[in-house]
Design a protein around this ligand. Structure first.
Ligand code: Y12
Ligand code: CO
Length: 174
């Protein structure tokens, strides 16, 4: 399966992702194709909508203390629902759909979710720190929300100007 990352300001990123009801080979094929794309771009999280599949599925691979991302750390999260949150934390986030831009974003420090795995089995996950942040970032994608939507008015204005310039430079390089 050939996948490419949809980049801001593409309107497809603004769609609300649909619940996954069929846990079949097609879903597994999509998840399997998302991994290499995420790994090859140094990503730690990717939602299906970022590869033009607006379904409630996301993958994560949080680096360990040495900065490695072994396959054992891979997480597939389907149809997640938040059941508990606690605390507040700020982290400099980036997104594969908004290349070359990073900004401090406030999130919950702890999150407990209910979700399904690729076979439709229900699971519960308690997460803190970077994993909790990544889950919240990716779950926002399922609602068509990007981390840049959380910037102040002035910061967003500055971002739009800088991003347009970057896009022009990237186009010229191609
Ligand atoms: C903390 C903060 C954000 C998340 C969401 C997942 N975000 C990512 O995985 C971002 C990856 C990323 C990778 C980049 O590197 C390449 O594309 C090679 C990158 O750099 C450029 O765009 C040049 C930007 C973002 C989880 C946890
Ligand atoms: Co993102």
């Amino acid at each position: 399966m050939d996948l490419t990352i949809v980049e801001y300001p593409d309107k497809r990123l603004r769609e609300e992702s649909k619940e996954v009801v069929t846990f079949d080979h097609k879903l597994h094929q999509l998840l399997d194709a998302m991994y290499p794309l995420m790994n090859n771009t140094n990503g730690i999280g990717l939602a299906a909508i970022q590869v033009a599949h607006p379904i409630r599925a996301l993958i994560l691979n949080i680096p360990d203390e040495e900065g490695n991302q072994p396959d054992e750390n891979l997480l597939e999260i389907i149809n997640p629902v938040v059941i508990e949150t606690r605390g507040e934390t700020t982290y400099q986030e980036g997104c594969l759909s908004v290349p070359q831009f990073y900004e401090d974003i406030k999130r919950h420090e702890f999150i407990k979710i209910n979700y399904q795995d690729r076979f439709g089995n229900t699971k519960i996950l308690e997460a803190e720190d970077l994993l909790a942040i990544a889950i919240q970032h990716e779950m926002d994608h399922l609602e068509g929300i990007l981390f840049i939507d959380k910037l102040s008015y002035t910061r967003r204005k500055k971002f739009e100007k800088e991003y347009k310039k970057l896009q022009k430079e990237r186009k010229a390089k191609k």
